[in-house]
Ligand binder design. Structure first.
Ligand code: FES
Length: 158
């Protein structure tokens, strides 16, 4: 599964492929917002422009879903590696700097250290629930129960 390395916080957090970056950060107690965003943000609608993150991993251009039209509009005067966390879905492991508008103490050394430590490639296989011994004993080769089938994905329906 992808790992998000939050450089400012010094934390690696694993998430499912396709999870929303803002939601992962909030779930894990990572502060995305400066004072303005803490006082009032749009709740992830892409309107307040306060959930900036910087993708500080040059090799991770495809780690997040492509910029949305909202981001293209709202970030047109910002650096090219900035994203709105609420608009980005995580597809592969990457390094992010939260609140890139706020100075990062000892930035060069911290960024270098974060880039140097290896990250998993991600995404890897989805976790599967453990199978009971009864199911394994009763199953014969080629048998596929409905509960074992993978659920349909958006790609399957297209
Ligand atoms: S939370 Fe408002 S733009 Fe992301």
């Amino acid at each position: 599964m992808p790992v998000i390395r939050f450089v400012r916080e010094g934390r690696d957090i694993e998430c499912y492929p396709g999870e929303n970056l803002r939601e992962v950060a909030r779930r894990e107690g990572i502060e995305l917002y400066g004072l303005k965003g803490q006082l009032g943000n749009c709740g992830g609608c892409g309107q307040c422009i306060t959930c900036f993150v910087s993708v500080v991993d040059d090799s991770a251009s495809d780690a997040l879903t492509a910029r949305t039209p909202v981001e293209d509009n709202k970030l047109r005067r910002r650096p090219g590696d900035w994203r709105l966390a609420c608009q980005a879905l995580v597809e592969k492991s990457l390094l992010v700097l939260t609140r890139p508008q706020v100075r990062l103490a000892n930035a060069e050394a911290r960024l270098a250290a974060a880039r140097q430590a290896p990250l998993p490639e991600g995404p890897t296989a989805w976790p599967t629930p453990p199978q009971s011994e009864d199911a394994e004993e009763g199953a014969e080769e080629g048998d596929v129960e409905a509960s074992d089938a993978h659920p349909a994905t958006a790609d399957d329906e297209a």
